[in-house]
Write a protein that binds this ligand. Sequence first.
Ligand code: HEC
Length: 413
Amino acid sequence: MRFWQNFRLRTKVNIILLISLAGLLSTSLIWQYRQHQRLVFSEASEKAEIIITEATRTREYISRQLQIGQIELNEDRYGMIPVVVANRIGRLVSEDLTYSIRHTSNRFRNPENAPDQYERKVLERMTNRASLDYVAEVTEFDGNPVFRYLQAAYADSSCLECHGKPDESPQFLRNIYPPEKDQAYNYKIGEVIGAVSVVIPIAQIEKRLAHGFNTTLVTTAGFFCALVICLGLMIRKTVVTPLSVLSQTIDDIRQTGRFTEAISRDTHDEIGDLVAGFNAMVSELKEKTGQLEESETRFRLMTEIARDAIVAFLPNGQMFLFNQKAEKIFGYKENELLGESFDRLFLPDEESYVPSLSSFIAKAPEQWFEQEHHLIGLRRDQKTVKLKMSIKIIDTGEYPFFMALLSTLDANS
Ligand code: HEC
């Protein structure tokens, strides 16, 4: 926090803007990435649904044609069994395209249809939960990102011909898959026999979508950068620059003691009010200082026409006025002594004034000020001069000071 307080306003604004830029960019990046993932998912889902619908319709169509043509299935016509047709067509098509489709089951009949690890788990879930019609997700397959879609295949009365009671099944089927070895008999209506399983590599889809993703990314980044730059320029113009002009002006006044021209007020917001307030304050101060300087000049003129030498000093001994007659007595010029101690005008061995003349005066009893005192002055040329002095306390309120009236006792000076 200490660090932060020491930063200039401009740095703070820049830091805040940079942080917001990073925040905005990363949020939009995350959001767009999610959007992208969702798009990949929905594209793949759509594809999978098409493939599955096609396979299912093929199966149903073959099944109907067999009925209409009253075609008896036998070992030679094994390739006409609807599931077999669907699987084989699927295999043929997936050789041309990148996806794969097949029927599988945990109680598989043909070992070629045995489920892989992923399919086995999904099938278990489907068997245990009747409402789970399908599972769709992005996972890995042989180390590649893929979209997998499994749709449950339920047993209806048509299926039971070959998956129901073994003794009601066609003889050729029992020959190939003897009931005592086969696990795909004895299903009941509504039971999950297996699933249609589709695997779609998503690298291709991702590649296609990545281009659009990159374009939006560049556009958003550009947009946010432009936004932040505009904001930065605006804050700089409306806040930072006027404030630094103000503080620069205050600095100038402090260093030179001269009041500057009014700062131009460009806006009517809080900053504008601040500038206007500052200008009003400066012009008021200017006026007051003028009055003060005038009264100071009057005071000085009065000390010059006085008969005595006059030296004015603060309670700590610092001199701030030294009139011409004093200059003549001591041989100093006023500007050599301003701010110096009153004590240096006298010989230091004035025992009665302990520890020093000015500190004595600061605490002297009232009647001391009513009397005249004789002292030995010390001139600039180190010669001494006998002096008569009376001191007055000038109590103007907050800052009292002393005024020493001095005249020489030597007849020749
Ligand atoms: C005419 C007999 C017959 C009918 C009717 C039939 N099937 Fe099959 N089914 C088979 C045969 C034979 C296989 C083995 C396929 C192979 O060798 O690829 C099989 C395999 C399957 C498989 C793949 C897993 C495995 O056991 O190899 C699923 C899933 C399946 N059938 C579901 C169904 C469903 C659902 C129905 C009803 C809509 C159905 N079958 C109707 C004979 C049939």
